[in-house]
Design a protein around this ligand. Structure first.
Ligand SMILES: NC(=O)c1ccc[n+]([C@@H]2O[C@H](COP(=O)([O-])OP(=O)(O)OC[C@H]3O[C@@H](n4cnc5c(N)ncnc54)[C@H](OP(=O)(O)O)[C@@H]3O)[C@@H](O)[C@H]2O)c1
Length: 278
């Protein structure tokens, strides 16, 4: 199988490159191809002739998207459209990484793949609009929604908590947003399997179990033996530019259909902390 990874220099992209063995993999960051440039995207995919394009490239600064709206839509929606059109032209399959932020967070039970999109942030809207357009261009494309991604090789929540905890006696962390932390290694392995199984349609891919950011932070601090106190606060007390869903737990039903089972997030965090030490 020939695979082209776009966004290969990002958090997930790096794990994909490390984990993907046994196939012919080409890996590209924004310096190799800017997905906003449709001609370049067409040329790149046309020349590579991959069986699969893995689209992990995105403008992922959720708060930054609020103040850089145009950039958010040009990369996350229009860039994705450019890739889908080029993939269709080249006869390649496409797997697009999307987000739990396409939902409004009003549910109290895990989101299923056919639950209505209703994003409240610019980032969420850019991803939701990309999903709709991609399904129009390539009805058999695979949309892998994930959430709260952490891993080695870039900025992520556990990394931030550990950096702050090293210098502060106490940390305030929001306790009214619930989701599924997801380790890049497990996410990458699931994506590889989805491609090998010829997946199509929307699939939710997260580590098993859920928690609030506060509970996640507690587990991170406890796992490293730091004495820092983690204090629960509300989203109102920690106002951010982009609204986040209060509840964005993604159901594993769609992934189970492919016979893929994800490890629990606490197990994943333990492996991340080990990887970080070595
Ligand atoms: N992180 C999360 O918590 C999370 C949650 C849900 C969904 N997702 C989705 O998962 C995917 C991977 O996320 P991530 O955390 O790995 O992101 P990341 O670490 O921010 O990496 C983003 C990647 O996109 C590339 N990129 C940005 N703008 C580009 C452009 N105009 N043209 C081409 N490439 C561009 C970057 O390339 P350079 O570094 O070379 O500039 C980088 O490789 C994204 O689709 C994201 O929306 C992430």
């Amino acid at each position: 199988m020939k695979v082209l990874i776009l966004g290969a220099t990002g958090l997930l992209g790096k794990a994909l490159v490390r984990e993907w063995t046994g196939d012919e993999v080409q890996a590209m960051g924004s310096r190799d191809v800017d997905i906003r440039d449709s001609a370049r995207v067409g040329e790149t995919i046309g020349e590579a002739r991959p069986d699969w394009v893995v689209l992990a490239a995105a403008y992922t600064d959720v708060d930054g998207c609020e103040s850089h709206r145009e950039l958010a839509f040009s990369v996350n929606r229009d860039g994705a459209v450019n890739v889908a059109e080029a993939a269709r032209q080249a006869g390649a399959k496409l797997i697009f990484l999307s987000s739990d932020y396409v939902f409004d967070g009003k549910k109290t039970s895990p989101y299923e793949v056919d639950d209505k999109r209703n994003p409240h942030s610019v980032y969420g809207r850019s991803k939701a609009e990309a999903e709709v357009q991609l399904q129009g261009i390539l009805p058999n494309c695979c949309i892998a929604r994930t959430s709260w991604v952490f891993g080695i090789g870039g900025r992520c929540f556990p990394d931030t908590i550990l950096r702050l905890a090293a210098n502060r006696p106490a940390l305030d962390v929001v306790n009214d947003q619930r989701g599924c932390p997801t380790y890049t290694v497990d996410l990458a392995r699931a994506i590889i399997q989805l491609c090998r199984k010829g997946a199509s349609g929307i699939v939710h891919v997260t580590n098993a179990g859920d928690c609030t950011w506060f509970q996640f932070a507690q587990e991170i601090v406890n796992g490293t033996g730091l004495a820092t106190q983690v204090r629960p606060v509300s989203s109102q007390q920690m106002a951010r530019p982009a609204p986040r869903p209060a509840y964005s737990v993604l159901s594993a039903t769609s992934l189970c259909r492919y016979g893929i089972e994800m490890p629990g997030w606490k197990d994943a965090l333990g492996r991340y902390l080990q990887e970080r030490k070595s």
